[in-house]
Structures are given as structure tokens and as C-alpha cells.
Ligand binder design. Structure first.
Ligand SMILES: Nc1nc2c(c(=O)[nH]1)N[C@H]1C(S)=C(S)[C@@H](COP(=O)(O)OP(=O)(O)OC[C@H]3O[C@@H](n4cnc5c(=O)[nH]c(N)nc54)[C@H](O)[C@@H]3O)O[C@H]1N2
Ligand SMILES: Nc1nc2c(c(=O)[nH]1)N[C@H]1C(S)=C(S)[C@@H](COP(=O)(O)OP(=O)(O)OC[C@H]3O[C@@H](n4cnc5c(=O)[nH]c(N)nc54)[C@H](O)[C@@H]3O)O[C@H]1N2
Ligand code: SF4
Ligand SMILES: [Mo]
Length: 689
């Protein structure tokens, strides 16, 4: 029996893997693990089904020339090919012509190794990852307001003690089902749960109050709530004066957000806005939690700041059972952004353009500070540069299926085709891997060791329960072998996670995300350790900000943020809003979950949710084949009629590729600060196919 964690989302549910006769692994939930407490969703229960899936890649694949097919090859041949392509690109176009696209599913060790590989072996600034499409807006806002970005500043265990919770743009009943036990306990304790979502989701169903706003209007809602709180005397002036800065500028802005004006912008009745403000303001303790609904917008950072403003003004932060938190998404979405696979960051949540930070990391790596590259392009900007002059011409993708999951996917696929060279490491031949010149088969979660950092900032252990099949390698082995071939082998002396983690501890020491006191042994003994943890005798930090915020003056900062419309609003040609997201039984681009029978039974095919009244206007019946069209392209799927969605909005999950791909439609308008694309709002037209 091996204790480990689910491979999928950021809840990182604890599970045990037991080996049956014949080597098959079965999953058991871990009742003793403090986050899921014995709960798992259907994805977790079925995760082991992929270990022996017949589609699994078991040997490297290499394409002889651009128009030939992918054929099995030895590791030597495949890695030689990758090395030659990188060197050719560097020789012709310079170091900056090689890029890396990583993933928030990678362990801390692999993310760290990959970031170091980019800076030390490739010496390119251009490494970014799919986390940029995930919680980058919330991360940017957390840094601005609190001086540090950790998804949740408190453990899940604190949720049931909050008297009021505002959950904005999250549907955890489908995206993290076991987390619902905390919200259910909060409701049982008499707490109020307010959910802001254009759909009456399974999560909204259990709420005290559902604010069914139109897509892209979160900021106006937040400012409206704050307006009411200020007008009705619900602010905590003492807290504002002693623990924050910048309130005056916010006070001026929210003055004009009258409830009826906010009702006109958001579609939320003013009575509900007033009620929500009072539930939050009159509660002794309150939390605001945001997920992708509020973050994946071209103003995602400002949206988040507006909800943080609200909590600060109410004095509901930096106290027990209070505060703002971001529900992070991918298995290691949190750790993935702390250890250097983001274009602007170095390990330990250091900044790559900060001389002191650079010097520390250069010291740990044993290189000259001056040889470290600077800030590279953010994920979508990196994809826009592919194949272009001065752009990236040789790309390595590790743990992302961006041909399906990037915005404006049809264009991104063209960009990938225009590369001189593409290498993809994956478990399966994903839509992205199909476009590659070299495909490298990698180990799955149950076949490797490492650490992950869950949505609470709790560092946990992934443990191998069986050996790797066929000629499969781990991502770290690939990085180490390529570094050796590129002449940087001395900086990459190992591919062992435990040894890489020791180096990560040193690299993170003294940084915001300090892991230096965390060891594999402690993680096992303590059911995970929360960062920052600066020494082996330090208990770790489950709760941040109780004494002070992380800015130098110890105070949290208000930010004056204005409502603005989405980058694309409905008009005569594209009269409706399109928003996108998830369903319980599929995960992300679907590479993994579209291969599991039990999940396909629950979520077999692509669909779009449409309100019956809207469907009638367009002569569409339930289950009809429809075509959705935006300025980027079209997608075909089935209509699913449901009264739970707004009448001006269509919702499509993004779990499928090809002609059903929701990202054929989405708008890559970027948030100026976080560079997050506007996955959650664009203008769409609908027709029967
Ligand atoms: N089953 C499943 N679970 C997952 C994943 C998965 O793919 N499948 N992925 C994991 C990852 S990486 C992530 S990031 C999380 C995401 O977890 P969530 O954020 O919960 O998931 P989404 O479905 O993307 O978006 C949440 C809600 O935002 C609403 N929404 C859309 N537009 C707006 C808007 O303008 N404003 C507001 N307030 N709400 C809006 C949608 O209707 C949707 O119900 O889930 C994780 N868990
Ligand atoms: N329209 C729309 N698009 C979205 C979103 C949305 O809400 N709407 N959400 C965005 C968000 S929040 C996210 S997080 C992204 C996610 O989108 P992707 O980055 O595409 O995420 P996955 O589908 O999880 O892709 C991971 C790939 O890596 C493989 N893999 C899994 N584990 C490993 C590993 O350890 N190593 C390697 N090398 N490969 C591995 C999997 O088989 C899979 O093919 O999608 C974004 N795209
Ligand atoms: S909630 Fe997330 S971590 Fe837990 S079993 Fe489901 S997918 Fe896995
Ligand atoms: Mo995500």
C-alpha cells in the first residue's frame, strides 16, 4: 500500500494505491488525509485506469521530416534529434529562439529542474507555462494587495468557521467535489454562502444567495457591494486605519457604484446586492474566494483586487476565519509558479529582474549572475511568437496540451506548425503531441516520486507505487539527459527527485516561498508542510497575515480599480456571451479523462448549455447539433437546454479538441498585468448545424 495523491486537481486528495495480483493498482481514499478526509471524485477513483491504457506512449517517436509520420525511435536517437534541433536553432537565430512551455501538473522538482534547464542549459528567457492560463490574475492581485501570492492564506479547515463566504466564479461542486464538505459544514454552522456565477451551478444550488451576474461584470459587482457597505456603515474603520493603505482612492471610486447602476451593468437585482453586502458586512468573520470565473478575464487582476478591496474595507482579512483566497486549479498550479517555470520568476518565488534574487540563485546554481537571462514572454505571447522573426523557433512542451487549451486554438495550432522544431513529452499522443517532431513518453504519477503544493500552500508527497513500463522516462530524466548533451551536464548531476528537492530547498531559502525547512520525512510525518518554512524546526505556516501582511510596512494595499467592459461585447453579428469552463467528469484538455470509460459514461461528448428561451428564439431543440461562431472560428457540438444559465449566455466546456474545441472560439485578449487570456467572456453567434 502506497500513500500518495490524486494526479489531477489542486485539492491533491490523499489516496492509497494497493497492488492487486497482475500488477493492477486500485485506489483507496485516505480518510486520515486532512484535505479530502476520505473523499475523492470520480476522476480520482478512476485515475489508475490510465496506467495500463493501450494508447499509452511507451517509446519515443520521431518524425523523419516535416511531412513524414511519427515512428518509434530509441531514446538516444530521439534525444540526439532534440539536441541537434536546439543547437541548430541557437546557431542560426540565437539563444532566444528556443523556448519551453511547461505545466502546472509537474511536481515541484520537475518544475524547478525545467526552469533551471531553460536558464542554465538553454540560456533562454522564454519559458512559461499553462498556469498563466489558470490563476495568474489572482497571483498578480495577491502580490499587489498583500505582498505575497499563496492561493489560500489559510487551510481548508478554516472555511466552516466563516460566518459568511462570497465565492466568485468557482464551481467546486464539479471541479473539486470533496472540498464541498467544508462549505456544507459552514452552512450547517449557520454560515451564509453567496455564489456569483452566470449559471446556477451545483455549487450555487447549495448557496444562501446566488448572484447570477452576466459574464465579465465582476468588478462592477465588487464595487457595488463595497458601495453598499460604505453607505450602510458596515466598514471597519479601525482596520482600515491600522492595517491598510490606499483606502481614500477606492472610496472615491465606489461612491458612484449605486445599486441600481450595478444592477444595470451586472444584471443582478439591487435587492440582492444590498442583501449580499449586509450578509458579508454584518458577519463576524467572512471570506471571499475567487476561481477562474473572475480571474480568466482581460481585467482578471482588477476583478480580484476589487474583491480584496471589499474584504479589506470590511476588516475581514488577516484574522482567523477571514480573508481573500484563490482556489488554485492544477495539481501543482501553486508550486509550479513558485519554482521558476514562469517567465518572470526564479525559485522561491524570486523575481528574475531583481539583482539580489538573481545573485542568490546564480550562487546556488554555480553560474555567473550575468549569464542568467531576463524576463521572457508570457504564455500566450510566447505562442504568438512561434515561428516568427525574433520569435521562438524550436519549442519544448512538457505537460500541456495547448493545441486544445490555449485561447484562439486554431491560430495556436498554425503557430505550432510554423515552428522549425517541436518536442512534446506526454503520456499519450495528445493533440499537441500529434504536431511534434519528437514525442517523448513519460512516467505517470503513480510511477514517480516528488512533491506537489496544494491549493492551501501545503507541500505534499507523491510516491511511486510501481515501476515505469516500457521505455518510459520521467521528465526529470529527460531534462538531465538533454542538459548533458548540451554541455551543461555538471549543473544537472542527478534526475532523482529527492536530490533535486535538496537543491530546491537551498534555492528557495530566504525567498517568499521558502521551502528550506521542508523534508520528505517531515511531509510524511506531518501530512504535508505549509510554506513558508524557513528551517527544519519551523512548524510551517498554515495561516498567513495574522500579525501583518507581507508588504514592507506590514499593511495590505487597496487598489483603485474601475469597471470596464470585456474586450469583446455582444453586437449585431455576435449577439450573445460565450463563457467556458469545466464539467466534473472531464479534466482540462481531456487527454487523460477522455480515455477513461467510467468518465466517458458521465460526460461522453462536447456540448453547450443554452437557456430554453434562447434556444427557442433560434429554433434549437435539446440535443440538436449546433454551430457556435466567433471572430476566431467555429465549433460544433450538441445543444443542452437548461434553465440554469442566463438567457444572454452560452456555456461550453473546453475538454474536447478538433471541431468541438471551445478554444476555437475564445478571445486571446490579455490582462495587461497577469497576461491572462479572456477565456470567460467573448461574443458568439449560434445556429443549428
Ligand atoms: N472536473 C474538473 N475539475 C477540475 C478541472 C477540470 O478540468 N475538470 N481543472 C482544474 C483546474 S486547472 C482549475 S483552474 C479549476 C477551475 O475551477 P473553477 O473555477 O471552479 O472552474 P470553471 O468551470 O472554469 O469556472 C467556474 C465558474 O465560473 C463561471 N463563470 C463564467 N464566466 C464568469 C464570469 O464572468 N464571472 C463569474 N463570476 N463567473 C463566471 C462558470 O459558469 C463556472 O461555473 O478546476 C480544477 N478542477
Ligand atoms: N476555454 C478555456 N480554456 C482553458 C480554460 C478555461 O477555463 N476555458 N482553463 C485554462 C486552465 S485554468 C488551464 S490549467 C489549462 C490547462 O490546459 P492544459 O495545459 O492543456 O492541461 P492538461 O489537459 O492537463 O494537459 C496536460 C498534458 O500533459 C500530460 N501530462 C500529465 N502529467 C504529466 C507529467 O507529469 N509530465 C508530462 N510531460 N506530461 C504530463 C497530459 O496527458 C496532458 O496531455 O487550460 C486553460 N484553457
Ligand atoms: S477533487 Fe481533484 S484531487 Fe480530489 S479526486 Fe477529484 S480530481 Fe483528484
Ligand atoms: Mo487551471
Amino acid at each position: 500500500m502506497t500513500p500518495t495523491h490524486c494526479p489531477y486537481c489542486a485539492l491533491q486528495c490523499g489516496m492509497n494505491l494497493a497492488e492487486e495480483a497482475g500488477g493492477r493498482l486500485t485506489v483507496e481514499a485516505r480518510p486520515d488525509f486532512p484535505t479530502n478526509k476520505g473523499g475523492l471524485c470520480q476522476k480520482g477513483w478512476t485515475a489508475a485506469d490510465l496506467l495500463s491504457h493501450p494508447d499509452r506512449l511507451l517509446t519515443p517517436l520521431v518524425r523523419g521530416s516535416k511531412d513524414s509520420t511519427l515512428r518509434p525511435a530509441t531514446w538516444d536517437a530521439a534525444l540526439d534529434r532534440v539536441t541537434a534541433a536546439i543547437q541548430a536553432s541557437q546557431a542560426t537565430y540565437g539563444l532566444d529562439s528556443v523556448g519551453i512551455f511547461g505545466g502546472g501538473g509537474l511536481t515541484n522538482e520537475k518544475a524547478y529542474w525545467l526552469g533551471k534547464f531553460a536558464r542554465v542549459a538553454l540560456r533562454t528567457p522564454h519559458i512559461d507555462y499553462n498556469g498563466r492560463f489558470c490563476m495568474a490574475s489572482e497571483a498578480a492581485a495577491g502580490l499587489k494587495a498583500f505582498g505575497i501570492d499563496r492561493g489560500l492564506p489559510f487551510p481548508l479547515e478554516d472555511i466552516p468557521g466563516a460566518e459568511a463566504i462570497l465565492l466568485i466564479g468557482g464551481n467546486p461542486a464539479e471541479t473539486m467535489p470533496p472540498i464541498m464538505q467544508y462549505f456544507e459544514r459552514q452552512r450547517e454552522n449557520g454560515g451564509a454562502l453567496i455564489v456569483a456565477d452566470p449559471r446556477r451551478t451545483a455549487t450555487a444550488e447549495i448557496a444562501t444567495l446566488h448572484l447570477q451576474l452576466s459574464p465579465g461584470t465582476d468588478l462592477a459587482l465588487a464595487n457595488g457591494l463595497l458601495h453598499v457597505a460604505a453607505a450602510d456603515g458596515l466598514l471597519d474603520q479601525e482596520f482600515i486605519a491600522s492595517r491598510t493603505t490606499g483606502w481614500e482612492s477606492v472610496r472615491r471610486i465606489i461612491a458612484s457604484f449605486w445599486p441600481d447602476r450595478v444592477e444595470r451593468i451586472t444584471g443582478v437585482p439591487s435587492t440582492q446586492i444590498i442583501k449580499a453586502a449586509h450578509l458579508l458586512g454584518e458577519a463576524g468573520t467572512a471570506m471571499a474566494l475567487t476561481a477562474r470565473g473572475a480571474g480568466q478575464q482581460s481585467k482578471g487582476t482588477d476583478n480580484t483586487l476589487a474583491f480584496i478591496n471589499l474584504m479589506l474595507a470590511l476588516g475581514k482579512a488577516g484574522k482567523p476565519h477571514c480573508g481573500y483566497g484563490c482556489i488554485t486549479g492544477q495539481g501543482n498550479g501553486q508550486g509550479g509558479r513558485e519554482h521558476g517555470q514562469k517567465a518572470d520568476q526564479l525559485p522561491g518565488y524570486r523575481k528574475i529582474d531583481n539583482p539580489a534574487h538573481r545573485a542568490h540563485i546564480a550562487g546556488v546554481w554555480g553560474v555567473e549572475e550575468s549569464t542568467l537571462p531576463g524576463v521572457g514572454r508570457s504564455a500566450y505571447e510566447l505562442l504568438e511568437s512561434l515561428g516568427q522573426e525574433n520569435g521562438v523557433r524550436a519549442l519544448m512542451v512538457m505537460a500541456s496540451n495547448l493545441a486544445v487549451s490555449a485561447p484562439r486554438a486554431l491560430h495556436v495550432q498554425e503557430q505550432l506548425r510554423s515552428l522549425d522544431f517541436l518536442c512534446v513529452s506526454d503520456i499519450f499522443l495528445s493533440e499537441t503531441a500529434k504536431l511534434a517532431d519528437v514525442v517523448l513518453p513519460i512516467a505517470q504519477w503513480a510511477e514517480e516520486d516528488g512533491t506537489m503544493t496544494n491549493l492551501e500552500g501545503r507541500v505534499i508527497r507523491r510516491q511511486a507505487a510501481k515501476s515505469r513500463p516500457g521505455e518510459v522516462w520521467t521528465d526529470a530524466m529527460i531534462v538531465t539527459a538533454l542538459a548533458e548533451r548540451l554541455g551543461a551536464g555538471r549543473y544537472f548531476p542527478t534526475a532523482e527527485p529527492a536530490q533535486i528537492f535538496e537543491e530546491l530547498r537551498l534555492a528557495s531559502a530566504g525567498g517568499a516561498a521558502d521551502y528550506s525547512g521542508i523534508t520528505y520525512e517531515r511531509i510524511a510525518a506531518e501530512n504535508g508542510v505549509f510554506w513558508p518554512c524557513p528551517s527544519e524546526t519551523h512548524p510551517g505556516t498554515p495561516r498567513l497575515f495574522l500579525d501583518k501582511f507581507a508588504h514592507e510596512d506590514g499593511r495590505a494595499k487597496f487598489h483603485a480599480v474601475h469597471h470596464r467592459t470585456a474586450a469583446e461585447e455582444p453586437d449585431d453579428d455576435f449577439p450573445l456571451y460565450l463563457t467556458t469552463g469545466r464539467v466534473m467528469a472531464q479534466y482540462q484538455s481531456g487527454t487523460q479523462t477522455r480515455r477513461i470509460d467510467a468518465l466517458l459514461k458521465i460526460a461522453p461528448e462536447p456540448f453547450a448549455e443554452i437557456h430554453p428561451a434562447l434556444a427557442q428564439r433560434f429554433g434549437i431543440a435539446d440535443n440538436d447539433a449546433i454551430v457556435l461562431t466567433t471572430r476566431r472560428g467555429e465549433a460544433r457540438m450538441k445543444a443542452r437546454l437548461t434553465p440554469t444559465i442566463r438567457q444572454d449566455t452560452i456555456f461550453a466546456p473546453f475538454h474536447w479538441g478538433g471541431e468541438a474545441c471551445a478554444n476555437n472560439l475564445t478571445n486571446p485578449a490579455l490582462d495587461p498585468t497577469s497576461k491572462m487570456p479572456e477565456f470567460k467572456v467573448c461574443a458568439v453567434r449560434i445556429e443549428r448545424a
